[in-house]
Structures are given as structure tokens and as C-alpha cells.
Ligand binder design. Structure first.
Ligand code: GDP
Ligand code: MG
Length: 598
């Protein structure tokens, strides 16, 4: 094969603009699979992804295209995940390409993620090819959207294909654009091996399958390779390409995209972004851009009533083999018993794991509200990283605390600017600036505490803007913050499981909301039960559960006996799930109301 005829590219888009549909069409047009053989959207190959319409794990597909110039081209299409939580993975898959198709919905125009992805592609110096999609829709305004792309992103849209990925209109012009505009890869096949891992998945039979882009040199079965970030060495078992199925080859060379297996047991040993080289003839420098993935959001995962702790552990272990970003360790909670503290890339990642435990492992679990990692500088100069409030040192030992901050961009019709500013203000955001995209649309830049973003920012933004605003963020770093530990006291007794780390300005609001919830779910006792929220020794919110006046059965006197029995049974049932806090019986439900995330 002529190396000059390789094109490595990705498709970037805002969610729902048609990335997966276009990928399907490209695959279909190049004859990889007929539409009948093809389940809808082959690239999204997990059920969950298909249902949610998001692509979690990226893959690469090799297409053969006979172009109008009469030559045959190898087009390697590298799929990218479409959500903020996976920005790093997106950046690594883009790093494997020379070009990217930017697909923009002709009815929507540019959205927050469109821009975020374009920036990532520009960072990798990719050739960006704009494509306007969904021209079949009556509300399509392709000319306006083209102008928008030219104005905002500054790329020429004169030759941008106007397509309908759904109907298959103009797909060929996309293929021709790729051939004529995406640069051919460099191809020094004799240099020492230098290859990028842009994805890795665990396979029960073959161990980890790494998806790789070879930049220099050649990789073959039997070769001793070294992963430059982890320092691990392996012997290559197989290399090959994916053409709908995995096809084994005798080598991959500079310019190629494909897969490799090497009896690797865990994706943590071959992580995304790592550079592969030959052990005996290493390349001088690793490829730039490697990052260790750091979980940003933590939550507790506990077996629900009647569920086994060990089954949950086994399931998490199985998920982890395939997910370098998932971490967990056992923890115990007074309220929820034995469970795990898990770390995730973000909220979506957390929801995916939660859903997989439910769906693939049939486990009934309770997830606690998410939290972030705080940094605590002690008076003695020691810096702690803390995500569980019960590990916080006493206030007197703390010099200061820091919390993670994100850079957020919110794209919105101008109508909602006021509402969004109010929301961001309320979430302790600092306004950076506002850019006009066109007369009626702006992009707002804010810095927001991650803690507030994971609390209920997305939902609030969506409901306040009726879904018109789009949101994207990246971690900026840590800043000092006036954080306090909020304690909850039931009948004057502090309940560890309810403690929270919050900003001082939010302590009252959060304390009040929790005390109010608890009043509703803790049954009355023979005595009045105060529910209090406190910061240090200061009570900041208080509710009281009034004392019980009558026996529950009293109202049944004279009533029928079966009703009485039902009540007694119900009471017994309730007893089982009670936890004793001092002299107060607190039902499991109360803990769930406060701790559970849904
Ligand atoms: P992705 O999130 O970018 O991968 O978007 P999908 O490819 O999953 O498409 C999102 C939705 O838009 C799906 O319901 C598609 O059927 C629909 N869609 C994609 N392309 C077109 C198109 O050209 N015309 C119309 N009318 N709908 C489309
Ligand atoms: Mg998709």
C-alpha cells in the first residue's frame, strides 16, 4: 500500500449534531458493511452508549475509499467521546489524527462543546473540515450556520459540504474533502518505534487491547515494547486493524492506526496517552500530552438492603479492569454500613458506573451525593487532601483550605444572560467575560467551584434556560476558600454520616434544607427531638420533631382488626430498618433522603 494514501481523522461535534450518524454513513459508503448488516450506529457499541446517545469509549475503524482521482485511500476514522468528562481522551484521540471533520447541526449552529472540541483540535494542529449537517430539516439554515462558523471559529466554509447524515445526502463530498484536505501522515518507518495509545479496553480472551497510532518506526508481533509513562515492558502478541472486526496483520508502521495486544492484564498498565517504544531501541522522547487521569468527583457506593458487599466489590473490580479512571476503596458509614468510596472523572462518569452496576451486574446499590477533594493546609505545614469530612482535622489545627475551581463556558441565547448570571452568582461563580457570537447569542466565561457544579448546576441551568444553554468546563486548579464543616445533630448528638464540607456562605442554606428534610422523615417519639445544623459549636439551623401524642393504635380502637394488624406489621417492618442515634430511632429512609444521589 502507498503510505501517501493514508488519512487519519476524527469527527468532532456538539452532542446530537450527528457525529455517530455521519460515521455510520461513511462506513456504509466505503462498503465496510451494508446497512442491513449494520446495527444502527456501530461505533457506539455499548447498549448504554446507544441508549444515552453518547460515545463513551473511542474506537478506530479502517475504511477503504476509491476516490474520484482514481486512487484507493485508507481512511482511519477515530471516534471520540462526546462529553466534558472525557476531554483528555478526546484530546488523545485527536492527537492520533492529522485532520478532523467538524460537524455542525444546521438547525442549531455552534454550541459550547463544538467550540471546546475545536480548541482541542487546534491544539493538535489538525486540519479542520467544516461540514453542515441536517439540511433535510425544514428549520435548517445552512448559510447562516456557515457564516457563524466562519465568524466564530475563523475557518473558511466556502467548500463546506452541506449534508444530511440521516438521508445520506452529499456523503461523498465529505469523503472527497478528507482525501484532498487532510494531510498524509509522516512515515519514517526505520526510526525507533514511537506510538501513541489513544484508547485501551480489556478483553477477556486477549487481555488489554490497545488502540494505537504509530508515528515513527514499525511494530511487530514478538517485539519487546516499553510503555514510557508506566515503565512496563511487554511482548507484542498481535497487531492489526479494525474493519468492522479485528484483522490481524504482520506489522503496523509509521502513519498507521490499529490495535495491539501484549498479554496486558489491566488497562492501568497501558493507559491512554502513553507512548509505546521498543525496549532495545527506544525513541528519545515520549510523545507530548500524557496525563495521569485524576478522579475529580467522589461518592460512596453501598449495597442496598439485601445486597451483598462482596458482589459489589467484584463488580467494581470488573469495571475497573476496563476503566483506568475508576478508583475505589472500602469505607464504612454509620448509616449505610460497609461500602466503597469511589472516584470518577465527573458526574457523567459516575452515572455510567452506577448504571452499569445496575444493568450489567444486576446490583441494587445506593449512591451517596458526590463530593470533591479539598486541600487542607495544617498549621504545622502539612498539606492534606480530603474528600471525607470525617477526616478533617479540628478547626484549630487548620491554617487554610482550598477547593477545586473550573473554567466554565456557557453558550446561550441573549434572553437568558440575566438568569444565568444570577445562577452563577448564586453558585459562587466569578464572571470572567462575555463574548458575542452573533446578535442573539453569547458565550459567558465563568470560574466556578467544582463543588457547586456537581451539586445541581446542570439541572438548574437546563431548567432555567429551557434547555437552550450549553455548558462545558475544564479544571483550572485549586484556590483558597472559606470552607467549613457542617455537622448535623439529632437530639444533640452529631451524626457523622451527615457531615459536609461547604462554603461558609452556603452553610445556612444547606443546613436548613437538610434539617427540613429530616423532620419529614424521622417519625415522632415520646419526646420532642431537635434536629440541628452546626458549624463548630454554633447552631445555624434548627427544626423540631414534635413529641408523639397518641399511640399509633389509638385511632384504630373500635376499628377492624385487620387494619390494626397491618399497622403493627408496618411498625415492625419500620423497626428493622431503624438505626439508633442516642435515644432516637432514625429510619434508613432518613439517611437515604439526605445522602442519596438521584
Ligand atoms: P451525535 O451525538 O453527534 O453522535 O449525534 P447522532 O448521530 O447520535 O444524532 C443525533 C440525532 O440527530 C439522532 O436522532 C439522529 O437520527 C439525528 N440526525 C443525525 N443526522 C441527521 C440529519 O442529517 N438529519 C436529521 N433530520 N436528523 C439527523
Ligand atoms: Mg454519538
Amino acid at each position: 500500500n502507498n503510505k501517501r494514501n493514508i488519512r487519519n481523522f476524527s469527527i468532532i461535534a456538539h452532542i446530537d449534531h450527528g457525529k455517530s450518524t455521519l460515521a455510520d454513513r461513511l462506513i456504509e459508503k466505503t462498503g465496510m458493511l451494508t446497512s442491513r448488516q449494520m446495527h444502527s450506529q456501530v461505533l457506539d457499541n455499548m447498549d448504554l452508549e446507544r441508549e444515552r446517545g453518547i460515545t463513551i469509549k473511542l474506537k478506530a475503524v479502517r475504511l477503504i475509499y476509491k476516490a474520484k482521482d482514481g486512487e484507493e485511500y485508507i481512511l482511519n476514522l477515530i471516534d471520540t467521546p462526546g462529553h466534558v468528562d472525557f476531554t483528555y481522551e478526546v484530546s488523545r484521540s485527536l492527537a492520533a489524527c492529522e485532520g478532523a471533520i467538524l460537524i455542525v447541526d444546521a438547525t442549531q449552529g455552534i454550541e459550547a462543546q463544538t467550540l471546546a472540541n475545536v480548541y482541542l483540535a487546534l491544539d493538535q494542529d489538525l486540519e479542520i473540515l467544516p461540514v453542515i449537517n441536517k439540511i433535510d430539516l425544514p428549520s435548517a439554515r445552512p448559510e447562516e450556520v456557515k457564516a457563524e462558523v466562519e465568524d466564530i471559529i475563523g475557518i473558511d466554509c466556502e467548500e463546506a459540504p452541506l449534508i444530511s447524515a440521516k438521508d445520506g445526502t452529499n456523503i461523498e463530498s465529505v469523503l472527497e474533502e478528507i482525501v484532498s484536505k487532510v494531510p498524509a501522515p509522516q512515515m519514517d518507518v526505520d526510526a525507533p518505534l514511537k506510538a501513541l495509545i489513544f484508547d485501551s479496553i480489556y478483553d477477556t480472551y486477549k487481555g488489554v487491547i490497545c488502540y494505537i497510532r504509530v508515528f515513527e518506526g514499525t511494530i511487530k508481533p514478538g517485539m519487546e515494547i516499553k510503555l514510557m509513562a508506566t515503565g512496563k515492558t511487554f511482548e507484542v502478541v498481535e497487531v492489526g486493524v479494525i474493519t468492522g472486526k479485528h484483522v490481524v496483520l504482520d506489522k503496523l508502521e509509521a502513519g498507521d492506526v490499529g490495535f495491539l495486544t501484549a498479554s496486558i492484564k489491566n488497562v492501568k498498565e497501558a493507559t491512554v496517552g502513553d507512548t509505546i517504544t521498543e525496549k532495545s531501541n527506544p525513541t528519545k522522547e515520549a510523545l507530548p500530552g500524557y496525563k495521569e487521569v485524576i478522579p475529580m468527583v467522589y461518592s460512596g457506593i453501598y449495597p442496598a438492603e439485601g445486597e451483598d458487599f462482596n458482589s459489589v466489590r467484584e463488580a467494581l473490580e470488573k469495571l475497573q479492569v476496563n476503566d483506568a479512571a475508576l478508583i475505589f476503596e472500602p469505607e464504612t458509614s454509620v448509616a449505610l454500613g460497609f461500602g466503597f468510596r469511589c472516584g470518577f472523572l465527573g458526574l457523567l462518569h459516575m452515572e455510567i458506573i452506577q448504571e452499569r452496576l445496575d444493568r450489567e451486574f444486576n446490583l441494587n446499590i445506593i449512591t451517596t451525593a458526590p463530593s470533591v477533594i479539598y486541600k487542607v493546609m495544617k498549621n504545622n505545614g502539612e498539606m492534606l487532601e480530603i474528600q471525607n469530612p470525617s477526616n478533617l482535622p479540628p478547626q484549630t489545627e487548620i491554617d487554610y483550605m482550598e477547593e477545586p475551581i473550573v473554567k466554565a463556558s456557557i453558550m446561550t441565547p441573549t434572553d437568558y444572560v440575566g438568569t444565568i448570571m444570577e445562577l452563577c452568582q448564586n453558585k459562587r461563580g466569578s464572571f470572567i467575560n462575555m463574548e458575542y457570537l452573533e446578535e442573539t447569542r453569547v458565550i459567558l466565561h465563568y470560574e466556578l467551584p467544582l463543588n457547586e457544579v456537581i451539586y445541581d448546576f446542570f439541572d438548574a441551568l437546563k431548567s432555567k434556560t429551557r434547555g437552550y444553554a450549553s455548558f462545558d468546563y475544564e479544571l483550572k486548579g485549586y484556590v483558597r476558600s472559606d470552607l467549613v464543616k457542617l455537622d448535623l445533630l439529632i437530639n444533640a448528638e452529631s451524626v457523622d454520616a451527615f457531615s459536609l464540607i461547604v462554603h461558609r456562605d452556603k452553610a445556612y442554606e444547606r443546613g436548613k434544607s437538610i434539617t427540613q428534610k429530616l423532620v419529614d422523615v424521622i417519625p415522632r417519639h415520646q419526646f420532642a427531638v431537635p434536629i440541628q445544623a452546626a458549624v463548630g459549636s454554633k447552631i445555624i439551623a434548627r427544626e423540631t420533631i414534635r413529641a408523639l401524642r397518641k399511640d399509633v393504635l389509638a385511632k384504630c380502637y373500635g376499628g377492624d382488626i385487620s387494619r390494626k394488624r397491618k399497622l403493627l406489621e408496618k411498625q415492625k417492618e419500620g423497626k428493622k430498618k431503624m438505626r439508633q442515634i442516642g435515644s432516637v430511632e432514625v429510619p434508613q429512609e432518613a439517611f437515604l433522603t439526605v445522602l442519596k444521589y438521584d
